[in-house]
Design a protein around this ligand. Sequence first.
Ligand SMILES: [Zn+2]
Length: 231
Amino acid sequence: MTEMITILTGAGISAESGLGTFRDEGGLWAQHRIEDVATPEGFARDPELVHSFYNARRAQAREATPNAAHEALAKLEARYNGEVLIVTQNVDGLHEAAGAQNVLHMHGQLEGALCGACEKRWAAPLVMHPSDTCPHCNAAATRPDIVWFGEMPYGMDTIEDALARSTLFASIGTSGNVYPAAGFVAQARQNRIPTIELNLEASQGGTLFDERRLGPASKVVPAWIDELLSA
Ligand SMILES: [Zn+2]
């Protein structure tokens, strides 16, 4: 049986590349309420505002460069004698920019456009407008291909299948006690595979992981991957 590693990544891996999240003070998110820019209801109320918010995030993400943690994961994918699936909660393209190919964006991506009418997808231009029409059905229902609060994350069946086949599960830069990570680690434990968490700070309360390494992703991830590749 081919060995397989499933790796979940979150905001903590892109933070060192300068991309903030709604949990950070300052930055893009601070000027907006989550319910206005990250829910289907907010988009229905004010598509202009929502598009301009994601246009700004897209521009910022295009300026960002992958850090040592993204690069180490791409190296793992290229050199590991088995399969590697990167499941990311991040909507930036930094894993791909570092050279990773097997990346599942469970919360969508800034570089994607989605038609709200026919659900077809295409590459997003730098600037999107509510009046943009779908290249497939011509409806003016174009939205960023982002999974908003209240919507179902992408690829849950694929992730479940990957966890069932994996021989190791790792979580990087995301709290292991919050869903969906908590659900993934629970499933990995049920499948009796080793689990490891790499995070900047200890998450509150207990951890479900067998092993935990604390520190900046750009430090702890390359060290862990060097160990994996030399094992
Ligand atoms: Zn369409």
